[in-house]
Design a protein around this ligand. Structure first.
Ligand code: FES
Length: 166
C-alpha cells in the first residue's frame, strides 16, 4: 500500500523549539479543525518515505490531514517548497529525512535543517507561528518514529488557529 494513501507521525529532530510562539499573545481564534487542516510532509525516499511505507504496510493509522510528498533527499527541499505549501493552502509543512550523519547524499539533511530554520525565522518575522514548519529525522527501520512525527505535527498544527490567507 502506498503511504500517500495514508497519514501518521513520530517526532524526533525538532530543529527549533517554538519559543517565539510562546512569547506571542494567546490567540482567541479557535484551533484549526481536522476536517479543514492540511499538512504537507516532504519525505526523503531513503528513510522517511520508506518508514511511512512500512507503517502503511502495518496498517498504522496516520492523521488524514497529512499529504506525503516523495523527495529523493531532504536536501532537495528548498525554502520555496515550504513557503509554497503554506501559500497554497497547507496549514503546516514538515520535512522528514534520514538521521543526522546518515543522509545518503552525505549532507542533504543538514542543508534541510538549515532551510527549515531559515523558513522558521522568516515566518516568525512576519508574525506567523514558526512551528508550522518543522524538521524530523529517522531511519527507514523506524516506522513508529515516522508515525509519531506526523501525529505530533498534526497535534501542533491542530492547536494553532487557521493560517490567514489574505
Ligand atoms: Fe535521506 Fe538525504 S537521503 S535525507
Amino acid at each position: 500500500m502506498s503511504p500517500v494513501a495514508q497519514t501518521g507521525p513520530a517526532p524526533q529532530a525538532q530543529v527549533r523549539s517554538p519559543s517565539a510562539a510562546a512569547e506571542r499573545p494567546a490567540s482567541t481564534t479557535p484551533a484549526t479543525p481536522a476536517a479543514t487542516r492540511t499538512i504537507v510532509a516532504f519525505c526523503c525516499r531513503e528513510c522517511a518515505y520508506a518508514a511511512a511505507d512500512a507503517s502503511a504496510n502495518a496498517r498504522t493509522a496516520l492523521p488524514a490531514t497529512v499529504r506525503l510528498v516523495l523527495m529523493p533527499c531532504t536536501g532537495r527541499v528548498s525554502p520555496l517548497h515550504l513557503l509554497e505549501a503554506l501559500a497554497g493552502g497547507a496549514d503546516g509543512a514538515m520535512v522528514a529525512g534520514c538521521l543526522e550523519g546518515e543522509c545518503h547524499y552525505r549532507e542533504g539533511n543538514f542543508n534541510a535543517i538549515d532551510r527549515v530554520l531559515f523558513v522558521q525565522r522568516l515566518l516568525d518575522s512576519v508574525g506567523v507561528e514558526p512551528e508550522r514548519v518543522r524538521m524530523f529525522t529517522m531511519s527507514a527501520g523506524e516506522p513508529p518514529k515516522f508515525v509519531a512525527a506526523v501525529r505530533e505535527m498534526d497535534r501542533t498544527i491542530g492547536a494553532l488557529p487557521p493560517l490567514p490567507r489574505s
